[in-house]
Design a protein around this ligand. Sequence first.
Ligand SMILES: Nc1nc2c(c(=O)[nH]1)N[C@H]1C(S)=C(S)[C@@H](COP(=O)(O)OP(=O)(O)OC[C@H]3O[C@@H](n4cnc5c(=O)[nH]c(N)nc54)[C@H](O)[C@@H]3O)O[C@H]1N2
Ligand SMILES: Nc1nc2c(c(=O)[nH]1)N[C@H]1C(S)=C(S)[C@@H](COP(=O)(O)OP(=O)(O)OC[C@H]3O[C@@H](n4cnc5c(=O)[nH]c(N)nc54)[C@H](O)[C@@H]3O)O[C@H]1N2
Ligand code: SF4
Ligand SMILES: [Mo]
Length: 734
Amino acid sequence: MPDLSRRRFLRISAASVLAAGLAGRATSAFAGWSEGSAAAKGGVRTVPTFCDICFWKCGAIAHVRDGKLWKIEGNPEDPLSRGRLCPRGTGGVGAHSDPDRLRTPLIRVSERGQDKWKSVTWEEALEYLASRMAKIKADYGPESMALFSHGIGGTFLRHLMKAYGTPNIAAPSFAQCRGPRDVGFRLTFGDDIGSPERTDIANTECLVLIGSHLGENMHNTQVQEFAEAVGRGATIIVADPRFSVAASKAKHYLPIKPGTDLALLLAWMQVIVTEKLYDADYVAKYGFGFDAFAASLTGYTPEWAFTETGIDPETIRTTAREMAKHRPATLVHPGRHTNWYGDDTQRSRAVALLNALLGSWGRKGGFYQPSSMDVPAYPCPDYPKPARPKLDNPGKRYPFAHEGLTTGIREATITGKPYPIKGWMVYATNLISALPNEAETIRAIQALDLLVVVDVAPSEIAGWADVVLPESVYLERYDELNPELFRDPFIALRQPVVDAPDDQKPNWWIAKRLAEKLGLDTYFPWSNIESYLDTRLKGAGYSLAELKRRGIVRGPRQPLYFEDGASAEFETPSRKIEFYSTQLEKAGFDPVPRYTPPEGGPAGSFRLLFGRAPMHTFGRTQTNRLLSDLMDENAVWLNATAALRLGLKTGDYVRLKNQDGAVSERVQVKATQRIRPDCVYLVHGFGHTAKGLRRAYRKGASDSGLITRYKTDPLMGGTGMNVNFVTLEPVEGA
Ligand SMILES: Nc1nc2c(c(=O)[nH]1)N[C@H]1C(S)=C(S)[C@@H](COP(=O)(O)OP(=O)(O)OC[C@H]3O[C@@H](n4cnc5c(=O)[nH]c(N)nc54)[C@H](O)[C@@H]3O)O[C@H]1N2
Ligand SMILES: Nc1nc2c(c(=O)[nH]1)N[C@H]1C(S)=C(S)[C@@H](COP(=O)(O)OP(=O)(O)OC[C@H]3O[C@@H](n4cnc5c(=O)[nH]c(N)nc54)[C@H](O)[C@@H]3O)O[C@H]1N2
Ligand code: SF4
Ligand SMILES: [Mo]
């Protein structure tokens, strides 16, 4: 595969920013937000930072009143939040005051899985951890430690683990989240979708959502732009087995049979190609292998697709024509959580190809070209070269995996092959519920000599750890800078707003102190985080003092679309948009997407689907009192007619039992016409089983606990999780 590590950087000197007039404007706008403004505002101090309740990283202004954290709002200078936070971001202050937080480092004094701990000092905890890590290195080699980490807070621990000498690093955001999408788009356009997504919802005239449940999936900028698109009358087309919030805004709602989206996509493309509705100039100029692709669509008529998807042929034709009518300002959203059925990369590739037919890649209202500001790295020694290669994907079994596979590391930990993994460090990811098949995760943990978990809460994964390190929450710490690729280039700073309430420490401090104990201090040559950040910012023409005051600096916007000068380069083998993929063909896969129907479940069972609620992030906000007051348990969505048949009504408590006998916590029924009769739906993140999460313990049902099966995507190793089936069993006496 072509190397896509090249990013479009834009180097901005202080002079060019001044010339753009940004510095002057922003400085005056932020004059009242300096940390020194407490007196002027009658005991209220405001501190710009960025949110960490999810990974969108919205710029925010925290308010401290009489020394106490009061509220948090969007930073109007920030292009991600555009001055407004989502409900979760606003409730973020509850993360600081959460009474269920971890308070001190803990060392296990019992068998794994039993809750027996002793509180220790940081010195004891890190000394102990360093000696265990040194022993693993001596006995097995440094590659036998793995790091799982999710989010920007993991930056310094990733740096530490690379310095320690391991290549085994992974996050669930690839194989359990956006991996298939990124691979599908890379194979087609030679580039990623990125996070934040490069979707030009702001300018789209026709938005097609396949699953992507914007409005429940609360990624801030997208939701704001979506609301604006609805407001200005853009055509919304939604395919979802469940009548989502987005579906309620749609002109066309397609209640698709779960797992058959590829059939719908192929039929849409068949209509657009046979009726010659595609952007022929764009395809001729940028496309490769169009004729073979077009020929492959022959059998995929709307009539054929009807039998698979349940969507009537006329609706398929009408929606296809509607998309074509608005092209190139038609955006078929690539989705984010795309690990559904195990053929997800091919489905994502079909989404990419449909966009290619509509000419929306690189065009206004489709996909824009993002850019970012260049912030030079802090000079550090080179990492040692690991003696053994990373083991998550041995022999490139999944040839198109371009990021680490969590589940690959898990498998190697269980089998000891190709070499043993003896230690896991886990940062800000609850592997027990993020990875499918909890039993496999626990089996892997039992094979370890060392499990260390850095968390803010006594989560399920922390419950299995030998050493638990309590981190301060995002409102109490500095983190790495955020110069993410986006529509508007920017650099944002996270900085402490208030002190940590107990003995919690920030990730950078943990990484640096552990590095010193491991004899790796040359990799942390800075005296403290301020000097690290200041050095990086100076390299970009700014300073920490300025960022502390402003929270964010912005660079001039770069060309967003082909028509205004964005480069129309495609890093594929043909240097074109690959309608026909020779890369896939060479690797023995279908060069054009081909449909195979999903497997059904046992008679009388419902396919288990899951998604998001606007006031929660995964399983990480259920103890946040402000957010759990808005929703403190989930309900199982069940088709009203099916409910009638089963003698169930809204509010009844049931347990869900899956095809392998896994049984959930009790959960209320939500009987509704808003879901098809062949599936049920749960909001992910509930049904916690860790006792220390007092507010969330046994509230609602966990989808994760019912995901004992998964189907692995042969192209990139993603784990399709929508392949489990449940029955509902009434709870006696409830
Ligand atoms: N509030 C909130 N917002 C979040 C997050 C959060 O935790 N909380 N997490 C963020 C993250 S990391 C991610 S990855 C995204 C995930 O959000 P999305 O990328 O939107 O994830 P999906 O899996 O598409 O969302 C589930 C939707 O797909 C539908 N669905 C299920 N099966 C099928 C199917 O076979 N076909 C079709 N067409 N639809 C189906 C479900 O009914 C549901 O409406 O959300 C992000 N936004
Ligand atoms: N069954 C099922 N599985 C899924 C999904 C699903 O919808 N259903 N979604 C998938 C997707 S899209 C994704 S992106 C992944 C996400 O999976 P994860 O990354 O595991 O997300 P969370 O479950 O929120 O776990 C976050 C952990 O980090 C801790 N934490 C929160 N804030 C901090 C902090 O500031 N510092 C530290 N050190 N720890 C912190 C929390 O207490 C929690 O233990 O899960 C995937 N797996
Ligand atoms: S989308 Fe919401 S939770 Fe995520 S960073 Fe933005 S404000 Fe915070
Ligand atoms: Mo995700």
